[in-house]
Design a protein around this ligand. Structure first.
Ligand code: 5AD
Length: 343
């Protein structure tokens, strides 16, 4: 196993079987794996942790992802949409609080037409130099073209699972092939592209996870989010088991060693399962943290998976906390745009 990792450091792409062996390794070898991943992270990013803001602006969704609390069949959730001007205003507050990059995320909500999203993008770009990442799901090619022209820098669209059959089962409205096609379009349009996947989905095995990691490599992603599946009661998978945080951290570490300089966040899902694990992530390959920016009345309702909310704070108070948290890990918070190192 150590031989494989050493070879990976020299640019070797491992086989599925080799990755599976590492994903199943004992605790001593896990420590070694994390240490190597941390070294690679420091080589490219020093001790910086890149901070990104995220505005979850609508929880309406036309999709039926079996694991997701926002899925359209969940009739119990209260739905909300933020007004375009309100979204721009939150981005402005974030800019004043030093954020230089913001992710705009929502369910697949076509109330936000191509033009409405354009309006939001142009509004935010008028504030100052702020990188924008869109995470709004599958749309027409022309939408992606337009938004790029408007100045969007990045796009997040996780492949969720590379197992075609499992993908179809969990996403009856969609297909893996379509996802991959869109990821290709986004690359061609010169977006910085993010993908990612879930760990511990019911029906997923370790080989699938190995293939997920290899797919990130094949896609040559600028960023990738890897997080544990968390059951949400109001979904068909509500009674299933939570994904393993150790497996998540191992997949993260292997992705770091394989992808080298991609941006890898400590996903929010990881810190939801266990606060300690999110700081572990920064010792196992993560270099990015995302902070929610929308008002609490919306956060409460953006329930992809169940999560504690904590007491209500301002963007500035949360920023202070974040700086302390990062310093406490022996790292430094980086508030710049944090563009891809791959381009
Ligand atoms: N548990 C963990 N992550 C989830 N996501 C959606 N539902 C869940 C869940 N139940 C993730 C998906 C999606 C992102 C916005 O949230 O990976 O891409």
């Amino acid at each position: 196993m150590r031989k494989t990792i050493e070879n990976m450091l020299r640019g070797y792409t491992p086989s599925v079987a080799e990755l599976v062996e590492i994903l199943n390794c004992n605790s001593e070898n896990t420590t070694y794996l994390f240490d190597v991943a941390h070294e690679v992270t420091k080589e490219y990013f020093s001790d910086w942790v890149y901070v990104r803001g995220i505005i979850e602006f609508s929880n309406y969704c036309r999709c039926q992802c079996a694991y997701c609390g926002l899925n359209r069949d969940n009739k119990k959730i209260t739905r909300y949409r933020m007004d375009p001007d309100e979204i721009i205003q939150i981005a402005e507050e974030a800019y004043e609080a030093e954020y230089r990059t913001v992710v705009l995320q929502s369910g697949e909500d076509i109330w936000y037409t191509r033009e409405k999203i354009s309006y939001i993008i142009r509004g935010i770009k008028a504030i100052g130099d702020m990188a924008i990442t869109l995470s709004v799901g599958e749309r027409d090619y022309e939408d992606y073209v337009k938004w790029k022209q408007d100045g969007v820098d990045r796009f997040l669209l996780k492949h969720e699972t590379s197992n075609e059959r499992l993908y179809k089962k969990l996403h009856p409205h969609s297909e893996l092939k379509r996802r991959l096609e869109i990821l290709g379009q986004l690359k061609k349009l010169k977006y910085q592209v993010g993908s990612g996947f879930l760990i511990g989905l019911p029906g997923q095995n370790t080989e699938d996870i190995a293939r997920d990691i290899l797919l990130l490599k094949k896609l040559n992603v600028d960023m990738a989010g890897i997080g544990p599946f968390i059951p949400h009661e109001q979904t068909p998978l509500g009674k299933e088991k939570t994904g393993s945080t150790w497996m998540t951290l191992k997949a993260l570490a292997l992705s770091r060693i394989l992808l080298k300089n991609s941006h890898l966040p400590a996903t929010t899902a990881l810190s939801t399962v266990d606060k300690i694990d999110s700081s572990m992530a920064f010792r196992a390959g993560a270099n990015v943290i995302m902070k929610k920016l929308e008002p609490y009345k919306y956060r409460r309702l953006y329930e992809i998976y169940p999560k504690p909310l904590g007491e209500e704070k301002t963007i500035l108070q949360e920023k202070e906390e974040l700086n302390e948290y990062i310093a406490h890990m022996g790292k430094r918070a980086n508030w710049s745009r944090g563009d891809s190192l791959k381009q």
